[in-house]
Each structure stands twice: as structure tokens, then as C-alpha cells.
Design a binder for this molecule. Sequence first.
Ligand SMILES: Nc1nc2c(ncn2[C@@H]2O[C@H](COP(=O)(O)OP(=O)(O)OP(=O)(O)O)[C@@H](O)[C@H]2O)c(=O)[nH]1
Ligand SMILES: [Mg+2]
Length: 131
Amino acid sequence: MGASTSAENPASVIMLGLDGAGKTTILKRLREIENEDTSPTIGIDLKELEPIDGITFHVFDFCGLPKMRPVWQSRLEEMDLEGLIYVVDISDEGRIPESREELLKVLSNEKMIQIPLLVIANKKSQSMYVC
Ligand SMILES: Nc1nc2c(ncn2[C@@H]2O[C@H](COP(=O)(O)OP(=O)(O)OP(=O)(O)O)[C@@H](O)[C@H]2O)c(=O)[nH]1
Ligand SMILES: [Mg+2]
């Protein structure tokens, strides 16, 4: 975390993943919003999280549709980022190669070398816990 981040000086985190992966739903849970329907994100949505250890987080929730993915790259270039959260819908096995490819494109950006990455395997079904 950058030394300059604080309640007044927020840390910016970007949330990426394919359309429908569950980015906005996770963000709602982090903001303790329950039982509210989620619509596909149009463009980019900025949400502020309650401070954690004195640090306020600004989370940029992107639309995951193919037509918006070039925008991920251009915005990455402009932003002063503290972290990347990448969400994968692991219930949709057919789209995992597409998701992997998009993540690799993001990580191939030189800027991302220094940026902490959290990958969330989302939509894990109940039955998958039984082994
Ligand atoms: N079963 C299940 N459904 C989920 C889960 N997380 C999200 N969903 C559903 O998946 C759908 C898409 O979720 P969103 O949070 O809108 O997905 P998104 O990644 O923000 O999608 P875009 O904004 O289009 O890029 C919604 O109908 C959610 O209710 C999960 O953990 N389990
Ligand atoms: Mg969304």
C-alpha cells in the first residue's frame, strides 16, 4: 500500500473480469448491501468503501463486456493504482479460457508488474465444497 494513502487520500483499486463474473455483486457485499438485484455495469462505476485501518478504498467496477475490455487497458494507463481484483465465474467452465486470456492481457501491461493482484474464484457451487 502506498505510504500516501489514508482516509483523505484514498487507495484506488480496479475490479475486472468478464461480464457476469460477479464483480458488482461482490462489491455490494463488501459495502454490506444485501438482497439487491444487480444490473450489468454500464461503463465504469466508482464506489467508496468504509476505511479499513485508516485507509479509504475507491473501487472502480468495470463493465466486463468484450466491447469495454480495450477501455480496461486505456484506464489502467491513466490510473494511480494500489491493487487489482480479478473475478472469475468458475461455474462457467466454458468461459474460463476467455477469462484467463483477458487477465493475461491485463498483466502484460508493464504497469501491472508492481500492482498486487487478488483473483476471486466466484460462484463456487455448494456441491463443490463436498469432497
Ligand atoms: N449463483 C451465484 N450467482 C452470482 C454470484 N455472484 C453474482 N451472481 C449473479 O451473477 C449475475 C452477474 O453478476 P454481476 O455482479 O452483475 O456481474 P458483473 O461481473 O458485475 O457483470 P458486468 O457488470 O456485466 O461486467 C447476477 O445475476 C448475480 O446475481 C454468486 O456467487 N453465485
Ligand atoms: Mg457489474
